[in-house]
Design a protein around this ligand. Structure first.
Ligand SMILES: Nc1nc2c(c(=O)[nH]1)N[C@H]1C(S)=C(S)[C@@H](COP(=O)(O)O)O[C@H]1N2
Ligand SMILES: [Mo]
Length: 299
């Protein structure tokens, strides 16, 4: 079950669009809130306009604030070197591993992935990273382990957003062990062939392309193997709206909006809507992980 690329450089969202997506998203959301254009757009796709909450959510590194420009403005405050990750729990070789040590033992490659933000925006992003299974194999996962828990740095001096209890800090996420071991699941250190910008989760973040964006936890300092389903930030904040799995699924709506379509960054504001694919287009590779599970219960 190796990784089979299905996207090429030609599919990649232009870098300028990627860098400007917040303005693009905020602009489109603003349009859909008011006036004729908004009503036409809504009639076309039969969706409700975005709420202010969703718009604020476009800025999605809450440790630097929930304001639209906050991550880009403040993420430079994060010291990303030196960096280490504490790996523990049910592993043979627990320890505080420096990022340099981790990177010297893995194969870094480019992965061009669809990436889905929970608010229904999608992009195609060229990440540079390594399969998480390489790191897990190195530390020796014990047979009792069933889940992997991840934790973001919590640094009040460097993260102005953590003064506000918008979510519980530190930001935490989790995967089932088979999801974590899947070849599509990567730890990314780069984007568009360059070092990952701080606001996108430098120096190392998770990317799970068949799940909604919030599962892709940024600036990871801790990885713990456990036999219990780990808590996740958005599930703790709102369990009705965000489940543990959070697989992209057009058939299971978020309680406040449809998940059937998405808006493609770079496709133009009105031409940009397309139907969302099961598991974000990775059904062939990952559907078997969920055989026999009711995905509307395990959302
Ligand atoms: N630590 C941390 N990780 C996080 C977030 C966050 O606020 N803090 N936001 C999540 C959300 S909601 C999304 S959509 C993605 C966005 O990643 P991107 O900004 O690289 O597109 O990061 C996720 N990872
Ligand atoms: Mo998000």
């Amino acid at each position: 079950m190796g990784f089979k690329p299905d996207l090429t450089r030609r599919d990649v969202t232009p870098k300028a669009m990627f860098l400007n997506r917040r303005q693009i998203m905020a602009g489109a959301a603003g349009l859909s809130l008011t006036g004729l254009i908004g009503r036409q757009a809504r009639a076309q796709d039969a969706l409700e306009p975005n709420s202010m909450e969703e718009i604020a959510g476009y800025n999605n590194f809450y440790e630097f604030g929930t304001g639209k420009e906050d991550p880009a403005k403040y993420a430079h405050m994060l010291t990303t070197s030196p960096w280490s990750i504490e790996v523990g729990g049910m592993v043979d070789k627990p320890g505080n591993y420096s990022l340099d040590d981790i990177l010297s033992g893995v194969d870094i490659e480019e992965r061009i992935y669809r990436f889905r933000c929970v608010e229904a925006w999608s992009m195609v992003i060229p990440w540079n990273g390594f399969e998480l299974n390489q790191l897990l194999d190195q530390v020796g996962v014990q047979s009792r382990a069933k889940y992997v828990a991840f934790e973001t740095a919590y640094r009040p001096d460097e993260m102005p957003g953590v003064r506000f209890p918008v979510v519980e800090w530190p930001y935490v996420e989790g995967l089932r062990l088979d999801e974590a071991m899947h070849p599509l699941t990567i730890m990314a250190t780069g984007i568009y062939g360059e070092t990952i910008p701080n606001q996108n989760g430098a120096p190392i973040r998770l990317v799970v392309p068949w799940k909604y964006g919030f599962k892709s936890i940024k600036s990871i300092v801790k990885i713990t193997l456990t036999d219990q389903e780990p808590p996740t930030t958005w599930n703790k904040a709102n369990p009705r709206e965000y489940g543990f799995y959070s697989n992209v699924n057009p058939n299971v709506d978020h309680p406040r909006w449809s998940q059937a379509t998405e808006r493609v960054i770079g496709g133009g504001i009105f031409a940009a809507r397309k139907e969302t694919q099961m598991f974000n287009g990775y059904e062939e590779q990952v559907a078997s992980l969920y055989d026999g599970m009711d995905l509307s219960e395990n959302f």
